[in-house]
Design a protein around this ligand. Structure first.
Ligand code: ADP
Ligand code: MG
Length: 625
């Protein structure tokens, strides 16, 4: 027999070091983690068996056994699930594959007290066994394979793997309990833990212990400990918040509190039960390009799959939980699920329900809704361009920041605050709130008391293309087209310095040539000297930058319109210069610097940074002569 030695991945070693030396008071969670893994393993085998019946030919009933032995001070958790072969053992129990675990590692501060609390918040899966055991042996055989393997480690630096005999497929995990953890060899203690954390697990969990009375006829006592009825199938009134929370942790592989719980049963033509959660924290994979939904599909209490594209739309991928159908066949495969009319009906109804629950929350618990929105608003808004039927509803539910203070606002509220005669909803798009707030294009709007919305999620650019209006009001970017901010007073002032300003505009156009589409007097600036805007029919500047960043844009960016502020000191000085002879050459550098300045304000780089620096140096030198 060969025994191979392997070193743990460096990150795992760090994690294990914490576990081994942990003084965490809720060490009992190791059992929750083992049971959760065992239950997942059984679900996986059952599902694999749908397409390959050979795999479950001899499987018998799926079950989890927990065996206590005070003599050898061992506790063994066994399942008859999918099992692991050698490669699986190396990749699953030697590295950090699990997203939650790497997030945990990122949060580790080095401060032991804080870090220990993180264990409770994240749960760190299999490795948590080393809080209570000084040696762990995993005996496993993968379904469909003959060879079994024994993985063994004391949690320090290394583990070994050797060939081993194992009767059926599945996994048996033996913990050699530490001296200070002998409480976990007590039947009562274990029963309690299982009731607390794993009561809802639908497989029978049986506790087996040796009889203390050596003369007793039976050498062992075994007892089924968990309730075993699916939590979602119980009446709501029988379920405590704590039980919902434990179930959420189990089903979502998450350790935050559920932000919202949606539990109901649909009756009628198609019957199904729904238990869904909105997390309170963003799951790690929220912005994965695959945009997969994670809700688990059950049929009559039997797990089918958690990879079911048709169950919920991608823009609800933050939702976790279970949908359990009474009408689908138990042996339904992934292929059969696609375009299945029952699935379509369920999906539509559940989507509708989730949105209406969120709407309810928005009305009844604004603070809670804002918290939800901060975590998941950007994802939900994807529905505005993806879900034709519900785009108006989702847009109505959307919250935005605006120039009116720090509170989030709905579009409806914006409309109710619109000035008399205002028929347009103004917005600015930017990479983040700070950048949006800095934009010079807002100056004139602020001065005139016109509210502007800040659209700062990349997704905003995309839904805007689909929704040119809201409630009959046009949506317009303040960085595009001409701003209708004129009033009489401005016009009068215009007359006074019109000739000089026209001269400057002429000089700028000559000097900047193709680099700008137009130069014009701005009525959206009150302080800054210049800004850039996109022409009416051109793409929004922020959108153009997003597309460029993702290499989605062929050819050069379109030339922008440069607007100058007639009231600005620098522009006035330049204007009086522009009226003089030879001003085109004299103002060459100034023209180019003005354009570069406008670009920098937009968060872009000057076209030729070296030339820009040289011109700036020259100006500074002049000013100190
Ligand atoms: P997670 O369960 O979140 O993936 P764990 O650390 O609990 O993280 O487990 C790591 C991986 O080890 C699991 O994803 C699974 O592939 C494998 N694993 C753990 N326990 C078992 C088991 N009893 N049967 C089969 N595979 C298991
Ligand atoms: Mg796990």
């Amino acid at each position: 027999m060969t025994t191979e030695k392997h070193g743990f991945e460096a990150e795992v070693s760090r994690l294990l070091h914490m576990m081994v030396h942990s003084v965490y008071s809720d060490r009992e969670i190791f059992l929750r983690e083992l049971i959760s893994n065992a239950s997942d393993a059984c679900d996986k085998l059952r599902y694999a068996g749908l397409t390959n019946a050979d795999l479950i030919k001899d499987a018998g009933e799926f079950a989890i056994d927990i065996r206590l032995d005070k003599d050898t001070k061992t506790l063994t958790v066994s399942d008859n699930g999918i099992g692991m072969n050698k490669d699986d053992l190396i990749s699953h129990l030697g590295t950090i594959a699990r997203s939650g675990t790497s997030a945990f590692m990122e949060n580790i501060s080095g401060d032991e007290k804080k870090d220990v609390n993180l264990i409770g918040q994240f749960g760190v899966g299999f490795y948590s066994v080393f809080m209570v055991a000084d040696k762990v042996e995993v005996l496993s055989r993968k379904a469909g394979e003959e060879q079994g393997y024994l993985w063994s480690s004391d949690g320090i630096g290394e583990y070994t793997i050797s060939d081993a005999e194992k009767a059926g497929p599945g996994t048996s995990i033996m913990l050699h309990i530490k001296d200070d953890a002998e409480e976990f060899l007590e039947v009562m203690r274990l029963k309690n833990i299982i009731k607390t954390y794993s009561d809802h697990v639908t497989l029978p969990i049986t506790l087996i212990s040796k009889n203390d009375d050596k003369d007793a006829e039976e050498k062992e006592t075994s007892e089924k400990v968990n309730d075993g009825t699916a939590l979602w199938a119980r009446p709501k009134t029988d379920i405590t918040d704590e039980q919902y929370k434990e179930f959420y942790h189990h089903v979502a592989h998450a350790y935050d509190d559920p932000g919202m719980t949606i539990h109901y049963r649909a009756e009628g033509m198609i019957e199904y039960t729904v238990l869904l959660f909105v997390p309170s924290q963003q799951p790690m994979d929220l912005f994965d390009p695959a945009r997969k939904t994670k809700v688990k599909l059950y049929v009559k209490r039997v797990f089918i799959t958690d990879d079911c594209e048709d169950l919920l739309p991608s823009y609800l991928r933050f939702i976790r939980g279970v949908v359990d159908s009474e009408d689908l066949p138990l042996n339904i495969s992934r292929e059969m699920l696609q375009n299945n009319p029952v699935m379509t009906t369920i999906s539509k109804a559940v989507t509708k329900r989730v949105l209406s629950e969120l709407e309810k929350k928005q009305k009844k618990d604004r603070e809670g809704y804002e918290k939800f929105w901060e975590s998941f608003g950007a994802v939900l808004k994807e529905g505005i361009y993806e879900d034709f039927e519900r785009r108006d509803q989702i847009l109505k539910m959307s919250l935005f920041n605006s120039t009116e203070g720090d509170d989030l606002t709905t579009l409806e509220d914006y409309v109710s605050r619109m000035n008399e005669g205002q028929d347009t909803i103004y917005y600015i798009t930017a990479d983040n709130l700070a950048a949006a707030k800095r934009s010079p294009q807002l100056e004139g709007f602020k001065a005139k008391g016109i509210e502007v919305l800040y659209f700062v999620d990349p997704v905003d650019e995309f839904w805007l293309q689909m929704m040119p209006e809201f409630d009959g009001k046009k949506l317009a970017s303040v960085t595009r087209g001409s701003a209708d901010l004129d009033d009489k007073k401005d016009d009068e002032k215009d007359q006074e310095n019109a000739p000089e300003l026209d001269a400057l505009i002429g000089v700028l156009k000559t000097n900047l040539g193709e680099a700008v589409k137009d130069v014009r007097k701005s009525n959206r600036l009150t302080d800054s000297a210049v800004c850039l805007v996109a022409d009416d029919n051109d793409m929004d500047m922020h959108m153009e930058r997003i597309l460029k960043m993702h290499n989605k844009l062929d050819g050069a960016a379109s030339a922008r319109v440069m607007e100058i502020n007639a009231e600005n000191g620098l522009i006035k000085a330049l204007a009086s210069q522009a009226a003089k002879d030879g001003s085109v050459d004299a103002l060459k550098d100034a023209s180019l610097m003005l354009l570069d300045q406008a670009r920098i304000i937009e968060g872009e780089v000057p076209e030729d940074p070296v030339a820009f620096a040289a011109r700036l140096s020259k100006v500074m030198e002049e000013s100190f002569k």
